[in-house]
Design a protein around this ligand. Sequence first.
Ligand SMILES: Nc1nc2c(c(=O)[nH]1)N(C=O)[C@@H](CNc1ccc(C(=O)N[C@@H](CCC(=O)O)C(=O)O)cc1)CN2
Ligand SMILES: Nc1ncnc2c1ncn2[C@@H]1O[C@H](COP(=O)(O)OP(=O)(O)OP(=O)(O)O)[C@@H](O)[C@H]1O
Length: 197
Amino acid sequence: MSEEKLLQKGISRKCCLAQRAGMGEKERHHKSRLIQEKILALPEYKRAQAVMLFLNFRDEVETTDLAEITLAMPKRLILPRCAPRGTLLPIEVRNLRMDLEPGRWGIREPKLNLDEIEPSEIDLILVPGAGFDLRGNRVGYGGGFYDRFFERLKPTVPRIAIAFECQVVDEVPVAEHDVQMTMLITEKNVYHFESRE
Ligand SMILES: Nc1nc2c(c(=O)[nH]1)N(C=O)[C@@H](CNc1ccc(C(=O)N[C@@H](CCC(=O)O)C(=O)O)cc1)CN2
Ligand SMILES: Nc1ncnc2c1ncn2[C@@H]1O[C@H](COP(=O)(O)OP(=O)(O)OP(=O)(O)O)[C@@H](O)[C@H]1O
């Protein structure tokens, strides 16, 4: 990635995260609930048998209840574990109280003794991010974890980003490796993106 692109991404990330950090606890909780309701109503979610979700850390959209609901449906719940060199391991979780431990950065991650699944088993992936634009571009925390992981999924798997409306900006800088989102869910909207291909 070019020096300039890296710099642009850094600025965009900081800007979006500052917006998100400006929200109060109550506001975040309320908006997270609205986002969860929108996800539960999606045909893509209803259809999916195996859902890859993430558990929120820092001031992200809260996803713990959605994880519990997914297990209760019952659907298969897959959570990411960070591994070296920007790799995400998809691990199946059956019990949120028993199966998690704090990983790098304090993110709640599946324990390593649990089953790692094949990415091809995933029907739907819910994606975190720092900022998004309305073309489906995403900027994350800069680890490149998700872009690398998307390459391992079936191309038909919907990539559904979750964020607060305040994380949506006019334009997010894009690099060659960046994979476009299929949808973005905020507390206000469900955005569908057309594929660039
Ligand atoms: N809830 C959740 N889980 C997730 C992600 C996420 O965005 N949200 N990730 C999405 O990819 C991965 C974790 N990615 C991360 C990448 C960088 C940093 C981070 O704090 N980086 C430092 C700077 C670099 C470093 O220390 O190596 C920083 O920002 O201060 C944190 C998480 C996998 N799990
Ligand atoms: N598919 C890929 N193959 C090789 N390198 C990649 C790939 N995706 C990202 N990278 C590298 O990873 C680093 C971070 O990329 P980028 O800034 O796009 O991450 P991000 O999308 O913000 O992070 P994350 O997905 O962890 O939230 C860059 O140096 C980039 O070149």
